[in-house]
Ligand binder design. Structure first.
Ligand SMILES: C[S@@+](CC[C@H](N)C(=O)[O-])C[C@H]1O[C@@H](n2cnc3c(N)ncnc32)[C@H](O)[C@@H]1O
Length: 139
């Protein structure tokens, strides 16, 4: 099956295994999860995070947003993605629109070392395969 031939919104009825509860993550996973080991690494990260429904999280270094979309769908939370590479945000927001998630995830341009969110507006945050790019991460 060709990925480009499928409208993910037409696949809501497709049952998914518990570890992959959202059809489009499975469908887009080969291209929208950037960590080493790809989508399985995102699932393991999600399994380890204490996220509650309705939480508002920041994904620092979100790439094109696969992990943010996966977490938002799985936990019914909101994810603000932040990335320093502007074209990734454009692609990420377009993919979110494609799968009808523009209300659950928003991606914006910025440096993760200077978060543009008041801390009291967030319930938590995470970063995946990003800190190797930050020379002062221990300070
Ligand atoms: C290997 S990708 C991981 C992307 C995403 N976390 C994922 O798991 O799919 C690393 C990302 O970190 C971003 N990045 C690097 N330095 C950054 C910084 N100082 N602030 C925000 N994003 C940064 C890059 O633009 C890139 O999108």
């Amino acid at each position: 099956m060709s990925v480009s031939a499928v409208d993910p919104r037409q696949m809501n009825h497709v049952p998914q295994p518990a570890s992959r509860p959202d059809y489009f993550s499975t469908l887009l996973a080969p291209v929208d999860h950037f960590p080493a080991r790809g989508f399985p690494a995102t699932v393991e990260l999600a399994d380890a995070l204490p996220i509650k429904e309705g939480d508002r999280l920041v994904d620092i270094g979100c790439g094109i947003g696969g992990p943010a979309r996966y977490l938002a769908k799985r936990f019914r939370c909101h994810v603000d993605g932040l990335d320093i590479t502007a074209p990734f945000l454009e692609a990420g927001n377009k993919l979110s629109e494609l799968v009808g998630m523009e209300g659950m995830v928003v991606f914006r341009h910025g440096d993760g070392q200077k978060l543009p969110y008041p801390s009291e507006t967030l319930d938590g945050g995470y970063t995946q395969h990003v800190t190797m790019n930050v020379p002062t991460r221990n300070s």
